[in-house]
Design a protein around this ligand. Structure first.
Ligand code: FES
Length: 164
């Protein structure tokens, strides 16, 4: 998934061509900021200050503006995360259905130990998130882009088998 070092330029070659295509769809370069940041995250797994500066340069924005957007949206990682980024809803409706137990099971079976930490093998990072909009299917979990409902502490080990 991550095919470049964080020190390499993101918008060279094919990615630059893709970004140019995206920019054509918008009236201003600034409007392409979110997809540009998404491309950075696809390439590096997270958005470093250096990458924010590159995005700012390409889109003719200030690095401070880009950083403001990155820090606003929780979907952008500001530090390296595991290959599998696991988000567990722990808002009240899910919580009363056992979400805390689901979180504990993930922390234990991934080896992460604590929320926000990455497992030693680099595979997993587990975080809690607010309502994922599937309150009737507690507990919903996002593993990268996969949305999985009805997760329980008992089903966590089997679920993780899919993400090795
Ligand atoms: S409270 Fe968990 S999905 Fe809504």
């Amino acid at each position: 998934m991550h095919d470049a070092s964080t020190h390499e330029s993101v918008f060279d070659g094919k990615r630059r061509a893709r970004l140019d295509e995206i920019m054509k769809r918008y009236p201003t370069k600034q409007a392409a900021l979110l997809p540009a940041l998404w491309m950075v995250q696809e390439a590096h797994g997270w958005v470093s200050d250096q990458a924010m500066a590159e995005v700012a340069d390409v889109l003719e924005l200030t690095p401070a503006y880009v950083k403001g957007v990155v820090t606003f949206y929780t979907m952008y990682h500001q530090h390296p995360v595991g290959k599998y980024f696991i988000q567990v809803c722990t808002t009240t409706p899910c919580n009363i259905c056992g979400a805390e137990g689901v979180v504990e099971a993930f922390l234990q079976h991934t080896g992460c130990g604590e929320l926000g930490a990455t497992s030693k093998d680099g595979r997993y990072t587990v975080v809690e998130v607010e309502c994922l909009g599937a309150c009737g299917f507690a507990t919903p979990v996002l593993v990268n882009d996969d949305f999985i409902e009805n997760v329980t502490s008992e089903t966590v080990p089997d679920l993780l088998e899919r993400y090795r």
